[in-house]
Design a protein around this ligand. Structure first.
Ligand SMILES: Cc1cc2nc3c(=O)[nH]c(=O)nc-3n(C[C@H](O)[C@H](O)[C@H](O)COP(=O)(O)O)c2cc1C
Length: 149
């Protein structure tokens, strides 16, 4: 099992209708490839976690990097994982404030990357975003869109 986490900047904020449509498409594809994960959106930045076999995640990530709907795609973390964090979501979706993403963006900023605590800060801020999503959304089983068989 493999995971890629990145943040990016939206080129144009999608309308709610566009977003609903694209999420439906993403989920259909992800479901077919046993890809799970999380997409958070601030209105101008995306934060995404992709989980699945490396052989399916890596090509999807390449396509996502080339997607004209966003730019400045920046890896937060990538590597093997023991188990899925989002087994119930083909692509969980949450809206967050720009302020919620600011600490992670600060950790990823160039000047922090020479700091000895950089990696620990990134891990901590990523975990905080995921915890917040779980607190806001996972209690509601109807929000789950996929269960790995
Ligand atoms: C922020 C963002 C997240 C995306 N997440 C997914 C995803 O989880 N699953 C997916 O199939 N496509 C996702 N896409 C869309 C892909 O970039 C791509 O358009 C899609 O895989 C279809 O590619 P194709 O037409 O070349 O097959 C995402 C795009 C953006 C901008």
């Amino acid at each position: 099992m493999y995971q890629i986490v990145y943040i990016s900047k939206a080129n144009v904020a999608p309308s709610d209708t566009d977003l609903a449509e694209t999420l439906t498409q993403f989920r259909a594809f992800n479901h077919s490839q046993a890809i799970t994960g999380l997409l958070l959106f601030t209105g101008s930045y995306y934060f995404q976690v992709l989980e699945g076999d490396e052989g399916t995640i890596a090509p999807l990530y390449t396509k996502i990097c080339d997607d004209a709907r966003h730019h400045n795609v920046q890896i937060v973390d990538r590597g093997p994982i023991n188990e899925r964090a989002f087994a119930n979501w083909a692509m969980g979706y949450g809206e967050i404030t720009e302020a919620s993403l600011a600490p992670l963006r600060a950790q990823l900023a160039e000047d922090k990357q020479h700091d000895g605590n950089h990696r620990a800060g990134v891990v901590q801020e990523t975990a905080a975003l995921i915890r917040q999503f779980m607190a806001d959304y996972s209690a509601d089983a109807s929000n789950s869109d996929f269960v790995i068989p």
